[in-house]
Design a protein around this ligand. Structure first.
Ligand code: NAP
Length: 482
């Protein structure tokens, strides 16, 4: 038994010791914060939870993924903030695990770690021409309009063609009329909606000033949304889909022939309420006469891109019709067509990235686990857990992360009670390590100063909030000048 080990069992209200369980959570998005909430609600033993994020601000995809015009979803931030304010929870912003500290060093500083660092990259189409200028990942566009500091660098344009920055995206949207969005999930809807909305319709959001300025120069009039399967197989939620039909001066175009159901599609619609509701919305649009609006969103089902064409920049997308074969695979069946496109946005899902020192399954893009217990070298690792997208893949709405975190924390608590997870008396060890390294973590007081600065900036132009998009702005606002 290690000299540090003070107790192999949790403190209980009956046999309480003051030795807390010290947990580090990597990632301050909803997955990580829901795990902190589940841990801090267990009053039968003392716990200290460090929620660590490489960004100076918390909230992950609630701040940098949920569309700015979805304020009611973004307001989940208030609940997440309350968790970070709990006495047993601390936020450590601007600390990059894997760069400032290694995973091994972090594991040595706490009793256990929960990985909650999400899915850091996008999936590709794997079609020729995908790397042409003008072919972009939805993730980059979303990060841009949400004001993510990675896409709004403090200095200079990007030299990395895989990751576009603000200047690249501004240039593309101000020179594009026809956009093709590939994929029929909620991110595709967000992208299509933001691409057709006018700045007037986005001014009441918290978008950064420079994003709104760029959107003023947006020239997009037509967005084509491609679904490689039929209307029974969309990944949208109905509320988000319906919203497109309510946009002023936008026609939503659906070919009624695309909505005819083969027996398999009919069976899906019969069993799946969301699919049935989505189909009803699409049928309503297909029956509507066009209004002659100045912007259009056109859905193309059973359609997939085969090649992106253009010389230095994408100019068109060649598409083909598809069907599902008897093995359940999507296959092309000819019917080629050319869609003009100055902008192609792939919105075909996200993918987890490996973090040095953490087990990773390349095939699934996830950390291997069972009920949130990380599997390392073929067995359960006694001090590692996982939750959120890096655990289950990039699926579900924000609330899905709550039940996911509850499952992981239940495993952790079971292990604590069985003695598989041990308490070592490591309170304060992480702080000492950070101090030795000269790493200054930004806590909740810093977040409150950033929050106040964003609200003040917003109020100065009659808005509720204006996002600070650059790291230097966030760090300056975080400073305590009192
Ligand atoms: P998603 O829901 O997984 O949708 C991905 C879409 O891409 C699917 O339609 C999929 O079609 C298609 N696709 C995948 N590979 C393709 C390929 N090679 N060619 C053509 N199409 C392809 O992913 P997402 O839209 O990125 O959203 C991620 C998660 O965040 C989801 O759980 C989503 O609900 C959530 N989210 C929620 C909201 C909200 O609630 N407002 C907003 C944004 C995101 P197949 O089905 O045929 O594979």
């Amino acid at each position: 038994m290690s000299a540090e080990l003070v107790e192999a069992r949790p403190s209980t209200t009956s046999g309480r010791t003051s030795t807390p369980l010290v947990v580090a959570i990597i990632g301050a998005g909803p997955a990580g914060i829901y795990a902190a909430e589940a841990l801090s609600q267990h009053a039968d033993f003392p716990v200290e939870v460090a929620v660590i994020d490489r960004l100076p601000v918390p909230f992950g995809l609630v701040r940098y993924g949920v569309a700015p015009d979805h304020e009611s979803i973004r307001s989940i931030r208030n609940t997440l903030e309350r968790t970070l304010e709990r006495p047993s929870v601390r936020f450590y912003g601007d600390v990059a695990i894997g760069a400032d500290l290694s995973v091994a060093e972090l594991r040595e500083s706490v009793d256990c770690v929960i990985y909650a660092y999400g899915a850091g990259t996008d999936r590709r189409l794997e079609v020729p021409g995908e790397r042409l200028s003008g072919s972009i990942a939805a993730a980059d566009l979303v990060a841009w309009y949400c004001g993510h500091p990675d896409v709004h660098p403090d200095t200079g344009p990007s030299t990395n063609s895989d990751h576009l920055v603000a200047a690249d995206l501004e240039q593309l949207i101000s020179t594009s009329r026809h956009a093709v969005v590939v994929g029929v999930g909620n991110v595709a809807l967000d992208v299509a909606r933001v691409l057709v909305k006018t700045v007037d319709q986005l001014e009441d959001t918290d978008m950064a000033d420079e994003v709104l300025d760029s959107l003023l120069r947006k020239t997009v009039t037509d967005v084509h949304v491609l679904g490689r399967r039929g209307p029974a197989y969309t990944a949208f939620t109905t509320k988000e889909l319906r919203e497109l039909g309510q946009l002023p001066d936008v026609d939503v175009i659906v070919d009624p022939a695309d909505l005819e159901l083969d027996p398999s599609s009919q069976a899906v619609v019969d069993q799946n309420k969301v699919a049935a509701r989505n189909l009803a919305v699409l049928q309503d649009w297909a029956a509507r006469p066009l209004s002659g609006a100045s912007r259009r969103i056109t859905f193309h089902f059973w359609t997939r891109p085969t090649v992106l064409t253009g010389s230095d920049r994408v100019a068109a997308v060649e598409v083909e019709r598809t069907m599902i074969n008897s093995d359940g695979f999507v296959v092309g069946i000819g019917g080629q067509q050319t869609l003009p496109a100055d902008l192609v946005v792939r919105s075909v899902g996200y993918r987890g990235l490996p973090l040095l020192g953490v087990p990773f399954d390349e095939r699934t893009g996830r950390v291997p686990h069972a009920e949130g217990r990380v599997i390392r070298d073929g067995g359960f690792s006694p001090d590692e857990y996982v939750t959120g997208w890096i655990k289950r893949g990039p699926t579900g709405v924000i609330g899905t992360n709550k039940s996911d975190a509850v499952e992981t924390v239940a495993s952790l608590l079971t292990d604590l009670h069985s003695g598989a997870l041990q308490v070592h008396g490591r309170s304060g060890k992480l702080d000492r390590l950070l101090e030795e390294r000269g790493i200054r973590a930004l806590g909740m007081p810093a977040w409150h100063r950033i929050d106040a600065a964003e609200m003040k900036l917003g109020a100065s132009h009659g808005r509720l909030r204006t996002t600070l998009a650059h790291r230097r702005e966030l760090l300056a606002a975080a400073e305590d000048n009192s």
